[in-house]
Every structure is written in structure tokens, then in C-alpha cells.
Design a protein around this ligand. Structure first.
Ligand code: PHE
Ligand code: CO
Length: 312
């Protein structure tokens, strides 16, 4: 089985901090392929240009997830899928889906070539626009993407934006990103919060732990691993703990953080982070697999999964 690589799914982690990295092209470079690109990095989706093979990749990925997500993804995510009328047949039309989403929570989806610079990304979120990669991965890349495509960004992220509390959390995150970037220079800490919630978060439900993180719900193998494998730690969410914890971008996570509810997540983060950022500038940093005496542990990982052992 192919190993799943998820480099830089958030769009504002490592690559975005290296302007010289070819994976992070400038607006001028992007103009060659996308002449209409705007200063906020949005492009036209050009839905009519997707071919049958591209819709078919969407269908394959969608059907795989439809098989593994019931009983593993949280009901809020599955509800979002339904309410947005997401269908397996074809890549969604952003304008139509946005009209629906806007009625529900005021969010819209905009097309971008792929990664966008940090300040652009935060400005979109702060204004309730979610940037979605316009392209879709190739058939030989079903389990392997280096940059977020329309399946990760749309299928993975947009259903949760139909949930009112999560929708507010994402806007608050965008505003927090602008402060972290310009005022506190604490992007590393804030990016960890995004990673361990928006991308790889689990939630505790009466039936058991369920997935809400986009990086998990858009990956077949990790959807199973995140909730069923004995290997990773599953630790209750604690804001400071999470912001001190490094993460892996190119393999399954060593630790997942579990929220009790979306209200809990919102309450924990909807406060001024200024004092916390000062505190975080000193003190320990933790490795992805660490377990601390102070952790509330749902499951202590065996770490039996050896990174990259799924490599084909
Ligand atoms: N409360 C954070 C701040 O003061 C902003 C934020 C809200 C960040 C919600 C993440 C999620 O900067
Ligand atoms: Co993502």
C-alpha cells in the first residue's frame, strides 16, 4: 500500500515560510498558468474545464471515504456532507456550493491554484472565505499528495464549515493568524493549533472517539488508523500543550488531540492569546509522540506503527 504523504496541507506551514521554495510560486509566476489570478490569489474555478478523468478521480476518492467514514467521522462532518449536497459523481461547483454554504453559515469557497501566502490565507479565513485548491490529484496519486487539492480542501474542510460553531472558530482563527503573524511572531505555535484541530482533530462522543480533522477525513488509511490503530497517543485537548507540540507533516500522526465538543474548542480559544504567546516563548517544546504526566490520556500509544512502513 502506498504511504500517505501530507506535506503542508494547511497552506501556511513550512513551505510558505520559504519564499524561494518552488512550491510557493509568486503571483507573477502563477499568472502564466492562471492569467486571471487576483492579488488575493483567487482564480476562476473553470469547472467546465475538468475532464471525465478528473471527475472520476473525485468519484473514486469520494466512494472510498463513503465506505470508511460512517462510524469513524463525527456526525457534524457527515451532516455537513449531506447539507451541502456533495455528490460522488463530480467535482463540486464552488459558486453553487457557496450559495448553499452562505445560507447556512455565511462562508464561501474560493478557488486558488494551491498554497497561498500566510497573510492571504488568514485574510480569507477572517472574511469567511475558504481557499480551495482548484486542481485534483492524478489517478496514481490517490494516497499521495504534496499539496492540498480540491478533494482534500473541499471534501475535507468544507463540510465542517456548515457547522455554526466550527464556522465561527475558523473565522476567529483567521483573525488570530493575522495577530500571530504581525504582532506576536508566534505563527509556529498557532500553526500547531490548526494542525491538531482543523487538520487532525478527534472529538469525544458517547459512542467513542470520532474524526473531524480534514487531513484525516480526506485520507482512507488515516481515517482507519486515527481511530483504530493502537499505535498513536490520543490525548485530551489542552491549548498550551498543543501549542508546544511539534507535528509530522509526512506521515500518520504520533498523537491526536481529542476535544470534548466544538463548544469546548471555541471556549478554549476565544480568548486573548497575548499572555499565552509570551509564556510560550519560553519553556518546553514536545515531540509528536511525547506523553506527559499532566496529560489526560484517552489512549496511550504503543508506537508499533513505524513511520514509512506502509511505503509501497
Ligand atoms: N484568541 C486568539 C487570539 O487572541 C485568536 C484565535 C481564536 C485563534 C480561535 C485560534 C482560534 O489571537
Ligand atoms: Co487542509
Amino acid at each position: 500500500m502506498a504511504r500517505e504523504r501530507r506535506n503542508n496541507l494547511t497552506g501556511f506551514t513550512i513551505l510558505a515560510k520559504q519564499p524561494s521554495n518552488p512550491a510557493m510560486p509568486t503571483l507573477e509566476q502563477l499568472k502564466v498558468k492562471h492569467p486571471e489570478i487576483r492579488p488575493d490569489f483567487t482564480i476562476d474555478q473553470h469547472w467546465e474545464r475538468y475532464g471525465a478523468a478528473e471527475h472520476s478521480v473525485w468519484r473514486t476518492l469520494y466512494e472510498r471515504q463513503a465506505e470508511v467514514l460512517p462510524g469513524r467521522a463525527c456526525e457534524e462532518f457527515l451532516d455537513g456532507l449531506k447539507r451541502l449536497d456533495l455528490v460522488p459523481d463530480r467535482i463540486p461547483e464552488f459558486a453553487r456550493a457557496s450559495d448553499r454554504l452562505e445560507q447556512l453559515t455565511g462562508w464561501r469557497v474560493v478557488a486558488v491554484p494551491s498554497l497561498v501566502p500566510d497573510e492571504i490565507f488568514f485574510d480569507h479565513l477572517a472574511n469567511r472565505r475558504f481557499p480551495v485548491g482548484q486542481f485534483i490529484r492524478k489517478p496514481e496519486e490517490l494516497d499521495y499528495i504534496e499539496e492540498p487539492d480540491v478533494f482534500h480542501d473541499f471534501f475535507g474542510h468544507v463540510p465542517m464549515l456548515a457547522h455554526p460553531v466550527f464556522a465561527d472558530y475558523m473565522e476567529a482563527y483567521g483573525k488570530g493568524g493575522q495577530r500571530a503573524l504581525n504582532e506576536f511572531h508566534a505563527l509556529k505555535n498557532l500553526a500547531r493549533l490548526y494542525w491538531y484541530t482543523v487538520e487532525f482533530g478527534l472529538i469525544e462522543k458517547p459512542e467513542g472517539l470520532r474524526i473531524y480533522g480534514s487531513g484525516i477525513v480526506s485520507s482512507r488509511a488515516e481515517s482507519i488508523y486515527a481511530v483504530e490503530s493502537p499505535s498513536p497517543n490520543r490525548i485530551h485537548f489542552d491549548l498550551e500543550r498543543v501549542m508546544r507540540t511539534d507535528y509530522r507533516i509526512d506521515d500518520f500522526q504520533d498523537s491526536y488531540f481529542v476535544i470534548g465538543s466544538f463548544d469546548e474548542l471555541f471556549a478554549e480559544t476565544y480568548k486573548d492569546f497575548a499572555a499565552l504567546y509570551r509564556k510560550l516563548s519560553k519553556g518546553p517544546e514536545y515531540k509528536p509522540g511525547d506523553v506527559l504526566a499532566t496529560d489526560r490520556v484517552h489512549h496511550k500509544g504503543t508506537h508499533s506503527y513505524v513511520g514509512g512502513s506502509h511505503k509501497s
